[in-house]
Design a protein around this ligand. Structure first.
Ligand code: FAD
Length: 394
């Protein structure tokens, strides 16, 4: 079998790239070992796929080379993908400002991509194992479970390591290393935190409670909701901060963003000296959390009025609420991570075509590359943009 372009991975980036290369007149084949295309798209955004973010800028991405993503993102913008899905009749909603989701189901996005591939004449073969990729003069040869395939260009769009049960593998990194490319260490990103025994039990007792917070690690801060779970902490704020968190590091969580607790408590003591701290907390937090806070810090006597709190005691509460220090035990890891941090070093790739410098027959796109977005639709926008840039230039 001979093709102009063989794409490894029928995910977001691979399908987008295949359609573009097909429209450019190339004979295109997409191979995937999974039995279904776009499995991650189907499970994304709680089954509704947050397929882009209207506010996408290069600053929403992590990479050892922050400039690499600029060119592709500039050429294929969120409006382009919105135009595509609207042309395919996909209804969408803006849940949080800028974050676009399917109104009905993520299946609509997979349907759109498969239709585009069909219209562009790109073939897709699922349940296909690829055992070897090698250079043959100016072309590439793949050994697969359906036989040998020759390709003018091989595009690696095999994604990252998150959710192995959905077909994620390190195959793309292996190919990169085989051809002498550097692969930066990978680690799970956008992933819930696990806590040590005491805090795990505390979080579990509050499972389902969500509060707006500011979560910080190092110099990065994220203003979003935090969710207590049976295993630890999740919700957008925790997922976001997990991407910048280093194992062993503490997190700082402001449980009352925008309120100077030390000042508020002093004012309350002055204005309503007979009021109890529990009342003050219940006015600000869900009842279960307010109650739990009092139990976590047993220096508190529930019957004591605010008037009997010295400045130092109020400051201690201000520290607990405005700058809660928390040392996660770890994260839930690849099992639930939404993305992979790290990956193929972009220095070896062209930011225009995604080809390996010095080996234009081999290209890497999407999540396998060392470009990872924040939470909110940026990761798919990167998959579309890198897929289009590569596909159009094949
Ligand atoms: P993928 O979409 O992962 O596709 C890779 C493909 O390669 C897969 O089909 C896989 O089967 C195939 N493959 C892997 N190894 C091999 C092999 N050895 N041989 C053959 N084929 C192989 N991002 C957002 O922007 N918005 C969201 O709402 C969102 N929600 C998410 C929710 C979850 C639970 C998860 C896990 C991720 C979410 N993401 C979201 C991230 C987003 O899904 C990824 O960034 C995106 O899918 C990456 O696209 P990709 O094409 O590079 O890789």
């Amino acid at each position: 079998m001979i093709y102009d372009v063989v794409v490894i991975g029928a995910g977001a980036a691979g399908l987008m790239c295949a359609a573009q290369a097909g429209y450019a007149g190339k004979r295109v084949l997409v191979l995937d070992h999974a039995n279904k295309a776009g499995k991650k798209i189907l499970m994304s955004g709680g089954g509704r796929c947050n397929f882009t973010n209207l506010g996408t800028t290069p600053q929403h991405f992590y990479s050892s080379n922050p400039y690499f993503c600029i060119s592709a993102l500039k050429r294929y913008r969120p409006e382009h993908f919105v135009e595509l899905v609207e042309r395919h009749g996909v209804e969408h909603v803006e849940k949080t400002p800028g974050q676009l989701f399917c109104a009905t189901s993520a299946k609509e996005i997979v349907r759109t991509l498969l239709t585009e591939c069909e219209w562009a004449g790109a073939e897709i073969k699922l349940s296909t194992q690829i055992t070897r990729v090698e250079q043959q003069g100016n072309a590439m040869r793949l050994s697969t479970s359906i036989g040998k395939i020759d390709a003018g260009v091989v595009v690696v769009a095999s994604g990252g390591l998150s959710i192995p049960s959905m077909g994620a593998t390190g195959f793309g990194y292996d190919i990169a290393r085989q051809f002498g490319l550097e692969v930066f260490d990978t680690r799970p990103g956008l992933v819930p935190f696990t806590l040590s025994d005491t805090w795990k039990a505390r979080a579990a007792s509050l499972s389902g409670v969500s509060v707006p917070v500011v979560a910080s690690a190092g110099s990065r801060r994220f203003v979003d909701p935090m969710l207590f779970t049976h295993r630890g902490l999740s919700g957008p704020a925790m997922l976001q901060v997990s991407s910048v968190w280093q194992p062993g590091e503490s997190l700082t969580v402001d449980l009352l963003p925008g309120e100077d607790v030390a000042e508020s408590l002093r004012e309350a003591r002055q204005a309503t000296p007979k009021r109890q701290l529990s009342t003050w907390l219940t006015e600000r937090f869900p009842k279960r959390l307010a109650q739990a806070l009092l139990e976590w810090y047993p220096d508190h006597d529930p019957a004591r009025p605010l008037a009997q709190y010295a400045n130092q005691a109020l400051d201690e509460w201000a520290g607990r609420l405005n700058a809660w220090q928390l040392k996660p035990a770890g994260t839930e890891g690849w099992r639930t991570a939404e993305v992979t941090m790290g990956g193929v070093n972009t220095d070896a790739l062209s930011s225009k075509t995604f080809e390996v410098k010095g080996l234009p027959q081999l290209r890497f796109i999407g999540e396998v590359v060392d470009v990872t977005g924040e939470l909110g639709g940026y990761n798919f926008q990167w998959a579309w943009a890198s897929g289009v840039a590569c596909g159009q230039s094949c």
